[in-house]
Design a protein around this ligand. Structure first.
Ligand code: PGA
Length: 260
């Protein structure tokens, strides 16, 4: 796992966006895995800036989102369909038919989830998957206890997640209890993982993900099993890392490393 500690949220977002831009520049028809939540907003802002300023091209890009709430229509402002459209898709030249987001209103969740998995494979697999981390250590909506080989499926949200996400809803009772989410196993098949985390609220989960044991109780710890996982954190989110000095040393020495 590559751990990169950046001074600010803006620097963290730019560093993560640079990885995605590099993939897109070398493979214009790349498959991107998208994430929602407050954390990746800075990454999207930077990608949109690069699109507008330097022509970062999304014309041939295909996307798959990690998850969606069950029961919210796509027009609901809290749905992840709405979020993605407002914060990213409407600002770049992506083709609407290349966008995939789990359906929160399908009549058959099981067959939808099977189709979603099949569709990722048909598109050649995910080249780079963007991830956030929950304060309970989840990636996507893979709550503590989720199998590390889980696939896309319906999931009951943990109380901690409902509390965390209540800030976006008028009343806590309005937060959906169920979601469709890619599984940990699905996420681990992406060729590169880019996880972003900021603020002291995430420091404990970040430390467990990077330096704790691999455990389904912290599903983000599964990133330790991935050969190309890059974690970008800001100073406060890095606050509980014991090996901090080593991560900084590696980052500083990287430019001089032998090129393979
Ligand atoms: P956040 O959510 O970016 O809004 O903190 C992260 C997550 O739950 O994955």
């Amino acid at each position: 796992m590559e751990v990169m500690v950046l001074k600010t949220y803006e620097e963290m977002s730019k560093a993560a966006a640079a990885v995605i831009a590099k993939v897109l520049n070398s493979k214009p028809n790349a498959v991107l895995g998208m994430a929602t939540g407050s954390t990746p907003l800075g990454v999207y802002k930077e990608l949109v800036r690069m699109h507008k300023a330097g022509g970062l091209d999304f014309a041939q890009v295909t996307t798959f989102n990690l998850d969606e709430y069950v029961g919210l229509p796509t027009t609901n402002e809290q749905s992840y369909h709405y979020f993605m459209h407002e914060n990213f898709f409407k600002h770049v030249n992506i083709s609407p038919r290349n966008i995939h987001i789990p359906s929160g209103t399908t009549s058959n969740y099981r067959s939808f989830c099977d189709w979603y998995e099949k569709r990722i494979k048909e598109c050649g697999g995910i080249d780079v998957q963007i991830l956030g981390i929950g304060s309970d250590g989840h990636i996507a909506f893979n709550e503590p206890g989720s199998s590390l080989s889980s696939r896309t499926r319906l999931k009951t949200l943990a109380r901690a997640t409902i509390e965390d996400n209540a800030r976006f809803f008028e009343r806590k009772e309005d937060v959906p209890i169920y979601a469709i989410t890619m599984g940990v196993g699905t996420i681990l098949e992406a060729r590169t993982l880019v996880l972003v985390a900021n603020s002291a609220k995430k420091a404990e989960a970040v430390a467990q993900m990077i330096e704790g044991p691999v455990t389904s109780m912290i599903t983000a710890s599964a990133l330790q099993l991935h050969p190309h996982a890059k974690v970008f954190v800001d100073e406060p989110a890095a606050g509980k890392l014991k090996m901090r000095e080593y991560y900084d040393w590696v980052m500083k020495k990287k430019p001089g490393a032998p090129q393979t």
